[in-house]
Design a protein around this ligand. Sequence first.
Ligand code: IPE
Ligand code: IPE
Ligand code: MG
Length: 245
Amino acid sequence: MSFKEINLEMLPQHIAIIMDGNGRWAKQHGKMRVRGHEAGAQAVRKTVESAAKLGIKHLTLYAFSTENWSRPKTEVNTLMGLLVKSLRRELERMVTNNIKLSAIGSLDKLPKSVQHELQEVILKTTHNSGTHLTLAISYGAREEIKQAVKQISEKVKNNIIPVESIDETIINEHLYTQHLPDVDLLIRTSGEVRISNFLLWQIAYAELYFTDELWPEFDEQSLNQAILSYQKRERRFGKTSEQLT
Ligand code: IPE
Ligand code: IPE
Ligand code: MG
């Protein structure tokens, strides 16, 4: 699978990835789970740089779900520590590679150290014009939709917007992803075939791609393969095949 086979005119504008399988990768290699997460962080770097090289506009990575708070405290702490370390370590490379960072989720629930490091990297990459990388951390789609409904309801109650004006655009504007286009390609690693509360609204018409590779094994080749699979599909959006040609 070579880079050359990819049609650069037909790239997905927005790729989202459920990065799963760090724990199983560690187990397979006789290592502690934390080593799996560390290896996962390396895969993040490789994937972000591969996406940037291709010219992918938006890449959204699911790093920690609202449900992941239920993991053992030691694992949660390890993951938070790793986030801080990775953000610190990657800042320079992100600047060099023209990557712009954003974060979505219940960010106020994160430890102060993570919030601080996130703010720092977001600020220092804010004017970058290359790939827009969004980290979904402490993210849950139901939580996102719930807070959007609350905000919109408040506006209706206070006569800021009439009920009749509520449409898809208004809903989009109240999601964490208000600055992002819909997801074109959703990838999940590790063989699990589920969504796990990720971007429920935004994946309405995404092409889904599942691979058995564990997240630490995911690399440039894997990304290219997913994009190639995407490019072989016909996105009909409800229309007939004939209507598209
Ligand atoms: C994905 O790997 C990382 C996070 C969810 C934080 P897992 O930790 O879920 O790995 P498995 O599913 O146990 O293999
Ligand atoms: C989904 O992975 C969340 C992230 C990748 C951050 P999980 O490993 O938490 O998903 P489930 O619980 O197996 O569905
Ligand atoms: Mg998992």
